[in-house]
Design a protein around this ligand. Sequence first.
Ligand code: SF4
Length: 340
Amino acid sequence: MIESFRVMAKVTQLLDVRDLVKHFPYVQRRGCFPKKVALRAVDGVSFSLARKEVLGLVGESGCGKTTTGKMIAGLLNPTDGEILFEGENLTGLSSGKKRLLRRRIQMIFQDTVSSLNPRMKVGAILQEPLLVNRIGTAKERRERLAEILDEVGLPPDSAGRYPHEFSGGQRQRIGIGRALMLHPDLVIADEPVSALDVSIQAQIINLLLELQDTYELSMLFIAHDLSVVRAVCERVAIMYLGRIVETGDTESIFAHPLHPYTRALLSAVPVPDPAVKLSVPPTSDEASSPVNLPSGCRFATRCPQAMPLCHQKEPGLIPDRAEPSHSVACFLYDNNGDGI
Ligand code: SF4
């Protein structure tokens, strides 16, 4: 099923994110005088997502991937940039129209405990999106509830129970059901399996893929586990300190990683063979902070191949000449701004 999923024809763009920026105010305490600075969580991120496509957004903690997802889902307001959904800029719409469009973008959260109201029964949690949006009669809402419980693999009597009565995997099924209640076009799945046991992870990934097929969903799949990303995503964007440093088709990125950061991430993926030793390229452990970004390339403080130019100028994303859908932001490939 994964193979058929990957060869789906590309259709029109559903989502177009342009130069998205999110800066948070931050008080830096050094010496006697606290200083107000900006924490640059997301700093000029651009990508697009076609209908029925799954794009993986990958990077270590604090790289800005969840903040990007929350801005697209409308949970955070961007500092700058545009989020075009079917060509409409979500950041510039009236609240009524924004609300209508937002129904079509839903989010699945990593933390299944805090994302489900412990005082509400599962039936009420799942029907809440319909009630808030005044969709259907009471009978229709009950029918939709029974349908979604069946689709996510929960027994009908789950509706009368509280979230704490379920295991982590079952709670994630509730979260997935809630995201799908309104038949959205786009789902942002924020680390949906990283808090689960490995055996449960496989079940939830299979469920997500099945429902992605059934509902013809586009999905932004936020993750740090590259083996999960490889199984789920058609395309991947690698983020580092608020920027995308490499993007391309999943197989291309895994077969020919170009950016030193992507190579380090990939070489750290465990191989299920005790005879195989990991050979992770040497990188400094010292990651720069989004409060005090270095001048030039953001990865320069950790990069084993950093050159003097890397500390002076920030590289932009340049397409690979042989494979234009694969782009990288690194001077190893673009010393003169000529492309790779
Ligand atoms: Fe390393 Fe320079 Fe490439 Fe940045 S631009 S990743 S510092 S080689």
